[in-house]
Design a protein around this ligand. Sequence first.
Ligand code: NAG
Ligand code: NAG
Ligand code: NAG
Ligand code: NAG
Ligand code: NAG
Ligand code: NAG
Length: 568
Amino acid sequence: MLSVGNSIFFQLVNIVALITCDNLIVKTTTGQVKGIVLTTFLGNREYIAYKGIPYAEPPIGRLRFKAPLPIASWPKVFSAAKYGSSCIVLADSNLFPLNSTQSENCLYLNIFTPVMELKKYNSSKAVMFFIHGGGFAEGDGTDGFYGPDFLIDQDMVVVTINYRLGPWGFSNFDIKGYTGNMGFKDQQLALEWVAKNIKYFGGNPNLITVIGQSAGGASTHLHMLSERSRKCIRRAICMSGVAFSVFADYRPNNHIEFYKKVFELDAESTGNDVLNFMLTAPIETIVRKMPAFNIHNYIVNMNFAAVIEDETKAEQPFLTQRPRDIYKTTKVKINAMFGFTSSEAIMMVNPILVDGYYYWIEPMKNYSMIGLPFSGLTLSQNSFEYRQAAKKIYNYYFGTRKLKPTLENLNIYVQLCSDVNYVYSINEALKYHSKGAKTFCYENQLDLNLNAYKIRHHMRTLHGTSHSEDLFYLFSSKEYAQLYTKVLASPNRTKNRKTLKALHFLPKMFADFAKTGKARNFTTFGNWTNCIRITNDGLKPFLRQRTDTMKFWDDIYNSVKPWIVEPF
Ligand SMILES: *[C@@H]1O[C@H](CO)[C@@H](O)[C@H](O)[C@H]1NC(C)=O
Ligand SMILES: *[C@@H]1O[C@H](CO)[C@@H](O)[C@H](O)[C@H]1NC(C)=O
Ligand SMILES: *[C@@H]1O[C@H](CO)[C@@H](O)[C@H](O)[C@H]1NC(C)=O
Ligand SMILES: *[C@@H]1O[C@H](CO)[C@@H](O)[C@H](O)[C@H]1NC(C)=O
Ligand SMILES: *[C@@H]1O[C@H](CO)[C@@H](O)[C@H](O)[C@H]1NC(C)=O
Ligand SMILES: *[C@@H]1O[C@H](CO)[C@@H](O)[C@H](O)[C@H]1NC(C)=O
């Protein structure tokens, strides 16, 4: 699977051969690129794809673990007909396996434009700059999961990107020039390249919506908090992940002790020793040995995520203050939409990942399964206060009846895990963000024939939309092409008809927001100005139910607040 990536020079095409079809050639600030013409598979609309455009120097050799460098100009026409290599994925990280070549040389972006006559370009189209998820440890910007078809049908210019993952993207050695957050710096460099160049592809550089899902949603939120990224962002959409998500930051803040343990290095090793080891360690060894995440109780912690960089050691710092502190001193005036799916944590009860559906019943009975999702909490799980909180949580979700392994309880467990890992922190983001900008929220409840995760793992009896399943209604996926084929084969079946409608109204809702900052059918209530439910039958008013749950979690938070130190 692993290969040292082809040098981009192998992809350079002799300009002489291209003179006859130069309408697909675009001149960018770093060189010319030549696209290919494709057709959207539902709307049958022609568009031009520019795949695998390099935006940074290959982050290899002495550039491993360093902030990315802008790409030097290339002299000939770059053939943008194929995706570039994906970044390297750890063996431990395979929720969504991809059929693609992986390489350390992976900093490429892809542009898809519905504008066919770029020579007479009129840079007026709204742009979606998409940051993929995958726990900062897997995924890429290819059409394996992120085909632009439905958004092209909405007349958007779409950009997808690769950024470094896992240890290559997020190792912090706390040494001058090696302070972590490389993956975010990659995203930022890609965003800046796009802001400079998207006009040549018919996109409006003043109308860029940054959008991301899960770890990509957390990334999107962090870009709103970055003064440098903010210059390029008009609006933002965070899907199922924010800077406050439990998985968004790496709490130990540097990886030195962690790497010593994983690779059984001498306990006396200094940060420099560990850095030197990691600079020379074979990729295969790192891929095989490095764990991507850990689950404690039911809380997912990523081993690779955002860190706070020491300003005195960072080159091109991305994040030097905790997000909550940034909000205290900065008005973040970017109108944004934050949302979640109705049953995010279905993924956490997949028997492939855990031992049966009901692994949690016994440890739930004595509350040892219950963790509190508050960043910076220093309270031990055995303490009186922690156990009191756990008991309240148990009673809130399961009541006082005896806990049995039933489907009903499994659905409740999914709700509990969803609230803890996703919804609570997204609610926090809404509270902070709405102080400085118009803020929207959605709950996605689509449960039709593209809920790929439930379908593949035979979990359709569980209620609601799992984490990541909303993506299949926003982007077309080659990895799950057979699902779309099946829907199209019998378009008159009720559920398929609804699925096809959703493939229109969900991308439209997102595109409307990107174009205008508004979306139809949002309802105003409480202090969250504008919320909406995305249902099988269209866009509906938001329910109050979740606010009660969030109020409950606020009470739990207040009961342990004295033990919270420096929350992220
Ligand atoms: C994986 O990629 C290879 C090469 O592009 C292709 O031939 C093959 O059909 C793909 N397999 C699947 C399952 O998509
Ligand atoms: C660009 O296109 C938009 C939408 O098609 C149109 O409203 C606008 O007038 C055009 N501007 C120029 C300068 O052609
Ligand atoms: C709680 O129950 C689990 C599973 O039955 C057990 O392994 C664990 O030791 C118990 N913990 C406490 C604190 O009683
Ligand atoms: C679906 O229904 C329409 C209208 O009733 C009909 O014209 C069309 O042939 C049907 N398509 C299929 C694939 O059955
Ligand atoms: C709504 O906002 C007002 C003013 O900021 C505040 O006093 C009130 O408590 C808020 N209400 C809720 C339900 O959050
Ligand atoms: C928005 O609400 C109107 C009126 O309730 C409804 O007719 C329409 O279908 C809704 N739009 C969507 C996209 O669901």
